[in-house]
Every structure is written in structure tokens, then in C-alpha cells.
Design a protein around this ligand. Sequence first.
Ligand SMILES: [Zn+2]
Length: 123
Amino acid sequence: MSAFNVLITDVQCLNCRRQYSGRIQFKYGNAAFLQYHIGDTVKWGRNNIGNSDFKKVNVYGIAEADSCPLCDSDKIIEEFDIFIEDNVIIRITPMESIGLYLEGGSSEYVVMEMQIVPLFFRV
Ligand SMILES: [Zn+2]
């Protein structure tokens, strides 16, 4: 099994509608079982996935649990888009489409915007 990181954030159960603290696994940055919250800066190190130079990245996230800890229903959201901008975890939403990750090169993340290089020379 390869290493991953975990984003800990509130998620809402689709059955009981209550919020609970969810653990969302993802593979981006230094994949070393690190724990993150929304607003944290991605750490880089020995086992890097992605690149700290990327400006905007969508990262594939998957819930560790397969049922709600409050009502035990399996009607929960299991797949997420994790939005990272300038290496900061900005927000998380239910995943729109797995196709984005499958077609985007890496199945773990998609670069939405590369770093903007200043234009020093004008013709
Ligand atoms: Zn529930």
C-alpha cells in the first residue's frame, strides 16, 4: 500500500443530515500519512506527489469510512474534490467527475492552473 495523507474536515451525512468529522484520504504533497485541516499549507519532502510550483490543483479525495458514525447509514459522500491554491488547502466539495482525474494525467490530482510567470519583455 502506498502512502497517503488525510484531510480532517466536517462532512454532512446524506441520511441523517448531521455533520461529523470526516477523514478524507488524498495523495498530494509529501505522501507520509500527514494530517491536514482546511487552511493548512501542503508539506513537501521525500515522497512527493505533484509539485509545489503548481498554482491551482484539484486533488482526488476519498473518505476513510464507508458509513456515517452517527446513524450508521452508508448514504454518505465518499469521493471529494480537494481544492489547493498556492499550496494551501482551500476547500472541499463532493466530487463532480472522476473523469477529470482519469483524463488529467495523474489519477490523484489535476493541475488547473500553472504558476504565472511574469512577463518581463514586451515586443
Ligand atoms: Zn448519518
